[in-house]
Write a protein that binds this ligand. Structure first.
Ligand SMILES: [Zn+2]
Length: 92
């Protein structure tokens, strides 16, 4: 049998899910999938998912492009574009 996890969250009167989230947060990993989180409490994929879920639920119309998930998305898109351009040049 696996040894029980003994840490600062073990004795808290909260659900197993919440303890998982707290441990992931402590270790700077995504609170949903456990992947390393660059910034904030989730990986980029789940940051975006959470954002869109909340927009839908709350009926929000505006997009705040200065916010973390948009900035990270833009960075990823730029990186990808640069990589494509490089490969096109290399194949010529
Ligand atoms: Zn995730």
């Amino acid at each position: 049998m696996r040894k029980r996890i003994e840490d600062e969250f073990a004795a808290l009167p909260v659900s197993r899910q919440r303890k998982y989230q707290l441990r992931m947060k402590r270790d700077r990993c995504c609170t949903e999938c456990g992947e390393p989180a660059v910034q904030g409490s989730r990986c980029l994929k789940h940051l975006v998912k959470a954002r869109e879920r909340q927009r839908k639920k709350r009926g929000l119309k505006r997009r705040y492009h200065g916010t973390l998930s948009y900035r990270l998305e833009a960075a990823v898109r730029q990186k990808r574009q640069r990589a494509t351009r490089r490969s096109v040049r290399a194949s010529r």
